[in-house]
Every structure is written in structure tokens, then in C-alpha cells.
Design a protein around this ligand. Structure first.
Ligand code: CA
Length: 225
């Protein structure tokens, strides 16, 4: 297995060094960033498998770091918080961290959490559904990411689910009522305009020719040659 890389973001030098020392002793490659902006820069430059992220940081805080790095690439984040009630607050805010550890913590506990997170992510990746390719469009189902000619396209969760639904049955005409039921989980067909508006968004983002309208019936995904 390749050496796994950890980015430790923490301005308190003694904590950062202890965390790094422990993880290095376990075979991880570890880098340290001491403030928000340098954390985001480092993350962009390195291929990290996991980020250990303190909340209180100079520059901008851990929440902002989390938001910016997750926008670059999904990565497991273990957030370090000052108090239990801070953890509760962050969980409520859905900041995009995968786990939380309240200070003070033992290095043994930190290490255990890192391993659990990595195992969870690696298991999800290995058992995930395969990537779908439609001409220049690539759909990574495990990561829920879409690229067009190599460039990332940002889809809403519903747009993504609709695209995957159509892409699994290329050239098959899917009635709008059926799409509503299967993608949205709506039993009755009174919201078919919702389907239309999402198809419109997908065409705008991925190309007008990708989805064919079958008037009075529904939609079919066309596979480019
Ligand atoms: Ca701090």
C-alpha cells in the first residue's frame, strides 16, 4: 500500500508536533499547516488522504478551511474542537467534517479515529459503484462527481441523481412520471415540471444534446459517438 498522507492544521505548535510525531511513527507522511490560508494552499499542492483540522486558527478558521478544501476535492476531515458544546454546534451546522475530537485528547485516541475514518472511506471507495462514461462526460458514482472534458462540473444532488438514472439506461425513453417516482420518490405525477427544470439545468451544464426530449412522454439520454 502507498504511504498515506495526512495534513495536520493546528496553530498550537506543541499539539501539532505531537500529532505529527504519533502519526509518523505509525507510517503516515505528515505535513503541518499553522493557519487557514496556508492549510488551503498546502491541500491544493499535496495529495492528502485525510486532514486533521483545528477549529480555532489564525487567518480564517477551521470551518472555512473545511469548506474550501472540500470544494477542491472530497477528503475525510477529523475536526479538533475546544469543547463538547462546540462539537455539538458544528455537527448542527453540517460543516462537512466526518468526525470530531474534543481537546484535550490522547494521541492513542487521535490515532484510532484517523484509522477508523480512513478504513471507512477506503471501504466505501472499494465497494462503490463503477464510473460511467458518456463521450466526454465522466460520472464518478462513488465520489458523486462529474467531469466534462476533464473539467469538473458542479451538480446539485438531485441533478446528479437524475443524470445517473438516465445514464444507467442510455437511449431508453424514461417517462417523466417514472423519473419523478424513482429519482424524487414521488408517487403521483403532479410534479413533472420539476423533472423538466432539472433536465434543463443538466443540458445547460453538460451540453444541449445530451438529453433528448420525447414529446408527451419523457426523456432519453443520448450517448455521444
Ligand atoms: Ca488553535
Amino acid at each position: 500500500m502507498n504511504e498515506r498522507r495526512v495534513l495536520v492544521v493546528e496553530d498550537e505548535r506543541t499539539i501539532a508536533e505531537s500529532v505529527a510525531a504519533r502519526l509518523r511513527a505509525e507510517g503516515f507522511a505528515v505535513d503541518i499547516a499553522g493557519d487557514g490560508p496556508s492549510a488551503v494552499d498546502r491541500f491544493r499542492a499535496g495529495r492528502y488522504d485525510i486532514v486533521v483540522l483545528d477549529v480555532m486558527l489564525p487567518g480564517f478558521d477551521g470551518l472555512e478551511v473545511c469548506r474550501r478544501i472540500q470544494a477542491q476535492r472530497p477528503v475525510p476531515v477529523l475536526m479538533l474542537t475546544a469543547r463538547d458544546d462546540e462539537t455539538d454546534l458544528l455537527v448542527g451546522l453540517a460543516v462537512g467534517a466526518d468526525d470530531y475530537l474534543t481537546k484535550p485528547f490522547s494521541m492513542r485516541e487521535l490515532s484510532a479515529r484517523v484509522h477508523v475514518l480512513l478504513r471507512r472511506v477506503e471501504r466505501a471507495a472499494s465497494s462503490g459503484p463503477p464510473a460511467l462514461r458518456l463521450g466526454e462526460i465522466e460520472i464518478n458514482q462513488a465520489e458523486r462527481r462529474v467531469r466534462r472534458a476533464g473539467a469538473e462540473v458542479h451538480l446539485t444532488p438531485t441533478e446528479f441523481d437524475l443524470l445517473v438514472h438516465l445514464a444507467r439506461r442510455p437511449r431508453t425513453v424514461l417517462p417523466r412520471e417514472r423519473l419523478l417516482a424513482e429519482v424524487w420518490g414521488w408517487a403521483e405525477g403532479s410534479g413533472t415540471r420539476t423533472v423538466d427544470s432539472h433536465v434543463k439545468a443538466l443540458r445547460r451544464k453538460l451540453g444541449a444534446d445530451l438529453i433528448r426530449t420525447v414529446h408527451g412522454v419523457g426523456y432519453a439520454l443520448e450517448v455521444p459517438a
